[in-house]
Ligand binder design. Structure first.
Ligand SMILES: Cc1cc2nc3c(=O)[nH]c(=O)nc-3n(C[C@H](O)[C@H](O)[C@H](O)COP(=O)(O)O)c2cc1C
Length: 189
């Protein structure tokens, strides 16, 4: 409501009604975002079927995946979108998130790897936001040099994950989430 007061102050009380509507729209959007984040769960790759995201939607997903914290602005990740026969017959899209983390004078490699994980997570969440199911998996092929060579990965690059995105054909079960009492502590000096 502080923003509503400020807008009314600057633009005049007669516009207060319009800004009130705007405020409701904004707060609804935030509620939707919280709902989205609270409900995400994986759908097993084998349960992901057509339709998967269109080419345009894949571009949108990748654009969102890029909006992650990136210490030093190194872009320490890239994407490989599987197309044609490489896109599994079932119709789900697959995107490999590749970590390009490498030794750097100032930015620890660990932080670069974390940024790749964040990009993968953004991709999963954006897929959920578009109404698709997604699964972040690796599997043996993520660690097989022959596969990595075939995909064109340099020796320092690693697969952060293969993100499968499609329409859920089952009723994906959620799993228990860790109780905060077990994984969150408070520190106060
Ligand atoms: C880096 C990474 C690799 C993963 N690889 C696999 C995998 O190969 N196979 C698998 O079943 N789950 C894998 N998972 C776990 C799934 O993505 C998923 O988190 C898990 O099935 C739990 O479901 P949830 O996402 O609903 O919590 C991986 C997760 C991460 C972060």
């Amino acid at each position: 409501m502080r923003s509503l007061q400020a807008l009314s102050y600057y633009f005049g009380e007669e516009h207060r009604g319009s800004f009130a509507t705007l405020d409701i729209v904004v707060s609804n959007t935030m509620t939707d975002a919280i709902e989205l984040l609270s409900t995400r769960k994986s759908v097993k790759a084998v349960e992901l079927k057509a339709p998967g995201p269109s080419a345009g939607e894949v571009d949108k997903l990748l654009t969102i995946a890029c909006r992650v914290p990136d210490h030093g602005k190194l872009t320490p990740w890239r994407f490989i979108v599987f197309e044609g026969d490489a896109r599994i017959a079932a119709g789900a899209a697959i995107v490999a998130v590749v970590s390009r983390a490498a030794p750097h004078g100032k930015i620890p490699e660990w932080e670069q790897v974390l940024s790749a994980g964040a990009a993968a997570m953004n991709l999963v969440l954006a897929a959920h936001a578009l109404g698709y199911g997604a699964n972040w998996i690796t599997g043996w092929y993520a660690y097989d040099r022959g596969v990595l060579d075939a995909l064109g990965l340099a020796s320092h690059e690693r697969i952060a994950g293969f993100i499968h995105i499609g329409t859920s054909s089952g009723s994906a079960q959620d799993r228990p989430r860790p109780p905060l009492s077990e994984i969150a502590t408070r520190f106060s000096a």
